[in-house]
Design a protein around this ligand. Structure first.
Ligand code: FE2
Length: 424
């Protein structure tokens, strides 16, 4: 009888150590030097990076792959995107949304992205978005962990049924409480929405993840209220603030007070560099603000920060591939995280740190963990961020779910090697 159902041999782990990984059923049951072991199936990862799967803590699966429908976002702004999506949300059918989302999940699996937290718009009374995403969650469950956030895109109080529909979505089984305080009518209503949403989460025992201060307005300070309410209600460790772009523009003295409050409340931060860098600063002439929140400064305070993707081919963003290494690559540049330990941290931010933010259970490469991993055509995490290389193999819950042949370029140059891989 075989020792393992699946054996991943000879890989380099993100910490630089070398180990074989033995899998039975959906679990890693042995890790280390496993020479001589017999396995039903063997993946040879010699010389390649073997990492736990990528995790995206911020996405919009209901809107993905809809770019250009009903038309392209001409101004490129967040607000035109919201308005375009408002039209699509009421014309798209459940079947269409399920089909688009499943196609995106196929892309994700092929890139080793096996856990996604997706916000789901709860604005429209028909809640077709919620029906569709719950259906997708059920279909992909065997191979992809999909967490859903009830997201009142047009405001909790700004539409007559905003609050009721959010509660209906939670009753239908949506996992996380969302919000958008900077989009409410006034600062006061924004603040009240944060309090209300945190109380709803406390009452129902749910996590919180708000689109928070996604604006260039330096006076948008809902993150302060989010930290306060987290502390007051004892929600430490299960609250995240997504975007936090206003922090880019805030007064430095105020930030010196704010960061310790966020750290004390154990609120995590989820910047979305691809989107923040394209949507923010649109009202500026020059110099133009980047709109990315203060990543290195938060990390120095011990705040957990993860890179999110936010959008792929939707009313807000025309590009995107489902590759979390694209996200880490952009984040590294915009946050100027160029020291070796910072580059390596960018890889952690799209793997282990994101897994911690969304509370993923059994994550990692250790005995007893869920047997999910990705084999990359790179030697280490920094090289992975630099190359954004092919995912040679993806294992989800013990099953080999995606494979790609190594694809070196063939050179036709006299006196030069016949192929080139760009690995160093
Ligand atoms: Fe978002």
């Amino acid at each position: 009888m075989a020792d393992f159902d699946l054996l991943v041999k000879g890989g380099t782990l993100p910490d630089g150590s070398h180990a074989d990984i033995g899998i039975r059923g959906d679990r890693i049951i042995a890790i280390g030097a496993l020479s001589g072991a017999v396995a039903g199936e063997v993946i040879d990862a010699t010389g390649d990076l073997v990492a736990p799967p990528f995790v995206d803590p911020h996405f919009h699966l209901d809107a993905t792959l809809s770019y250009g429908t009903p038309r392209i976002n001409a101004s490129g702004t967040l607000l035109e995107g919201i308005s375009l999506w408002g039209e699509l949300r009421d014309t798209a059918t459940v079947d269409e949304m399920v089909a688009r989302a499943l196609t995106y999940c196929d892309w994700a699996v092929s890139m080793g992205l096996l856990a996604i937290r997706s916000h789901v718009d709860t604005t429209s009374d028909h809640l077709n978005t919620v029906t569709a995403m719950l259906e997708v969650q059920k279909i992909v469950r065997p191979y992809l962990d999909l967490q859903l956030v009830a997201f009142p895109q047009d405001g909790l109080y700004r539409t007559p049924t905003g609050r009721t529909n959010l509660l209906r979505a939670l009753d239908m089984g949506v996992d996380v409480v969302g919000g958008i305080p900077h989009f409410e009518r006034t600062m006061e209503e924004g603040r009240a929405s944060v309090r209300d949403l945190c109380e709803i989460a406390a009452e129902r025992g749910l996590p919180v993840d708000l689109h928070c201060d996604e604006t260039d307005d330096p006076l948008s300070r809902h993150i302060e209220t989010l930290a306060y309410e987290t502390q007051r209600l004892g929600l430490q460790g299960r609250v995240a603030g997504s975007h936090l772009t206003s922090m880019h523009s805030m007064d430095n003295y105020y930030v010196s007070k704010l960061l310790p409050l966020i750290a004390e409340a154990e609120v995590a931060a989820i910047p979305n560099p691809l989107i923040n860098i394209t949507l923010q600063g649109r009202h500026d002439t020059y110099p133009k603000r980047r709109g990315l929140t203060r990543v290195k400064e938060m990390q120095a305070m011990g705040i957990t920060v993860g890179w999110g993707q936010d959008c792929v081919r939707d009313p807000w963003y025309s590009l995107g591939t489902g590759d979390m290494l694209d996200v880490a690559f952009m984040g590294l540049h915009v946050a100027q995280m160029t020291a070796p330990e910072q580059m390596s941290r960018c890889f952690d931010m799209v793997t282990v740190e994101n897994a911690r933010i969304i509370g993923l259970e059994g994550y990692g490469l250790h005995e007893g963990a869920v047997a999910s991993l990705v084999v990359l055509d790179a030697g280490d995490p920094i090289e992975a961020v630099r190359l954004r290389p092919d995912r040679l193999a993806v294992v989800s819950k013990g099953r080999l779910v995606s494979q790609k042949a190594r694809n070196d370029a063939r050179l036709a140059l006299e006196g030069r090697p016949q192929s080139v891989r760009r690995r160093h």
